[in-house]
Design a protein around this ligand. Structure first.
Ligand SMILES: NC(=O)c1ccc[n+]([C@@H]2O[C@H](COP(=O)([O-])OP(=O)(O)OC[C@H]3O[C@@H](n4cnc5c(N)ncnc54)[C@H](O)[C@@H]3O)[C@@H](O)[C@H]2O)c1
Length: 267
């Protein structure tokens, strides 16, 4: 039985189509009877995914910093599936300087991660209105809420998405469109596989700073995005859903490491 029968016949457009999070999202959405149109700069993984969706998916090679490419992505949803009901911004650049960040680095990251998310939603609005309303989800990150070592630019762009979400929600509500964000904790991805090798190693690392002691499965982030698109979230807009295994609930005393490093003399 479909978990979200309201997705039947509906169309979701998502950027970041080559990521594991969007792969999981596309599979869940199609399993519930929906159709998906995915955009990404990288075509290999997204094309493989779309070819496994049995005619319910399309891939459009998209550079999100090009308004023309965003229009082509949305136009494909209209041409092939009849319209746009949901839009998900999940693309990102992780390119991130520290004290050596150039103005060009800032411009590029803010353009890809923030302005392009705004342009995607803005351009999807008239199409969602034609269908009587819709929902948008911005994928941000725990990085937008806490400082992290070795990073400055990426976390700032993710914090900006939280502000974009709040401010767009006011403009979109009168149009019958809800917008929310999802802030994942560390999530298994192609990038993390390349850096940490195995899931076991990656979970041991992530277990140091997530209360649930592992990183997220992409499906767990996709679940939250589906929920925010669904009718169950009909009164939720401008909100951020932390899907972070407790990461953002931790304070400076973290998961007890200081207690292990500096045991009390008289426990
Ligand atoms: N993996 C994590 O630990 C984690 C944690 C929190 C949030 N997130 C967020 O989840 C989302 C997916 O990230 P991921 O970790 O799976 O990484 P990923 O690198 O697999 O996905 C990001 C995608 O964005 C695409 N992209 C980058 N620049 C683009 C451009 N100009 N035009 C079109 N596409 C472009 C990339 O090609 C890539 O496929 C991102 O928004 C990321 O910030 C990830």
């Amino acid at each position: 039985m479909a978990r979200y029968p309201e997705f039947a016949g509906k169309v979701l457009v998502a950027t970041g189509g080559a990521s594991l999070i969007v792969e999981a999202l596309a599979r869940q959405f199609v399993d519930n009877g929906g159709r998906v149109v995915l955009g990404d700069l990288q075509d290999e993984f997204a094309e493989q995914l779309v070819s496994s969706l049995g005619g319910s998916g399309r891939f459009v090679r998209t550079d999100v910093t090009s308004d023309g490419d965003l229009d082509d992505l949305l136009a494909a949803a209209v041409k092939d599936f009849g319209g746009v009901d949901y839009v998900v911004s999940a693309h990102t650049t992780f390119a991130c300087g520290q004290l050596d960040t150039t103005r060009e680095n800032w411009r590029t990251s803010l353009d890809v991660n923030v302005a392009s998310a705004a342009m995607l939603v803005e351009r999807a609005v008239p199409l969602m209105q034609q269908r009587g309303g819709g929902a948008a989800v911005l994928v941000t990150s725990v990085s937008g809420k806490a400082s992290q070592p070795n990073r400055i630019v990426y976390p700032v762009t993710k914090a900006a998405l939280l502000g974009l979400n709040r401010n767009l929600s006011q403009a979109l509500a009168p149009l019958g469109i809800r917008i929310n964000s999802v802030s994942p904790g560390w999530t298994w991805s192609r990038n993390i596989e390349r850096r940490y090798g195995t899931r076991e190693h990656a979970d041991s690392f992530a277990g140091e700073f997530h209360s649930i002691r592992r990183m997220a499965d992409p499906e767990e982030i996709a679940d939250a995005i589906c929920y925010l698109c669904s009718e169950g979230a009909s009164f939720i807009t401008g909100a951020d859903l932390a899907v972070d295994g407790g990461y953002s609930a931790l304070g400076p005393e973290a998961l007890g490491q200081p207690y292990e490093k500096f045991p009390a003399i008289n426990p």
